[in-house]
Ligand binder design. Structure first.
Ligand SMILES: Nc1nc2c(c(=O)[nH]1)N(C=O)[C@@H](CNc1ccc(C(=O)N[C@@H](CCC(=O)O)C(=O)O)cc1)CN2
Ligand SMILES: Nc1ncnc2c1ncn2[C@@H]1O[C@H](COP(=O)(O)OP(=O)(O)OP(=O)(O)O)[C@@H](O)[C@H]1O
Length: 215
């Protein structure tokens, strides 16, 4: 009998980069998350700009309620894209309470984010997906990270744009900042089927509710 009939079929797995093999969720879950992302982004983009603006103002009211700005508090926000609630008016107001605003910067694909101090009027440049971030300025370590949500679940897990940037960033930080997820109530899911690398949030704020999760 020829050897080839007894041996296992060839396995080419070693040809793939397995450096973060453990971090990869099963393929069907990746597909499910992508379908949810597309659905949730399409849904929020179908809301009129007026409704989104109204929701953003309600979210800002809740942020002020939950997070009174104390002196020297550094808060990372985001430059809105794809229909995310626009919290820039709130971010701009932080320094009035002697707080500081920062914005996330994708420095390299699949690497943790940097956070750069930002004040209204600072020069900006375009990064990944043309999202604006401060062109220069010092890197800071936020006390609070406002994480924009594509989706969230009832245990406080976040669905973002699929780059894994926030999870990588939090995994690399020694002192964990407070994570406040922000999005529309319509993006609530029963579960995002969290994986070992998904880091849950402390709070989720939508136009209708403030959900806190005890860790
Ligand atoms: N306004 C805003 N700024 C932000 C974020 C955010 O969520 N919102 N981020 C929060 O993290 C970072 C950018 N996040 C990104 C996440 C994924 C991809 C991306 O290229 N996604 C791939 C799909 C990946 C996959 O499914 O495998 C793509 O669309 O092709 C780009 C940026 C930093 N800045
Ligand atoms: N700590 C980590 N180390 C290495 N890879 C990670 C880590 N966290 C997440 N990833 C990888 O990132 C990929 C995308 O993760 P996930 O689907 O949770 O993205 P997301 O939270 O929606 O994206 P984002 O934070 O960029 O908005 C995962 O398939 C996983 O392989």
């Amino acid at each position: 009998m020829r050897q080839s009939r007894l041996s296992s079929p060839p396995c080419f797995l070693e040809l793939f980069d397995s450096s973060d093999e453990e971090e990869q969720p099963p393929y069907h879950l990746q597909r499910w998350r992508q379908i949810q992302r597309h659905r949730l982004i399409d849904e929020r983009l179908s809301l009129s700009p007026e409704i989104r603006g109204f929701y953003a103002r309600q979210i800002i009211e809740k942020l002020n309620q939950f997070l009174p700005i104390v002196k020297d508090l550094t808060v990372s926000g985001y430059w809105p894209c794809k229909g995310e609630p626009d919290l820039r008016p709130w971010l701009k107001s932080l320094h009035r309470g002697a707080g500081r605003a920062a914005l996330p910067v994708v420095v390299a694909k699949n690497k943790p984010l940097d956070f750069r101090a930002w004040r209204d009027g600072d020069p900006l440049e375009r990064g990944v997906w043309n999202i604006l971030h401060p062109a220069q300025g010092s890197d800071v370590l936020p006390d609070v990270i406002i994480a924009p949500l594509v989706g969230f679940d009832t245990s406080g897990y976040r669905l973002g744009y699929g780059g894994g940037y926030f999870d990588r960033t939090l995994a690399a930080l020694e002192n964990r900042p407070v994570i406040v997820g922000v999005g529309y109530g319509e993006s609530k899911l029963r579960t995002i089927h969290p994986q070992a690398y998904d880091i849950p949030m402390d709070v989720v704020i939508t136009q209708t509710e403030i959900l806190t999760f005890d860790r």
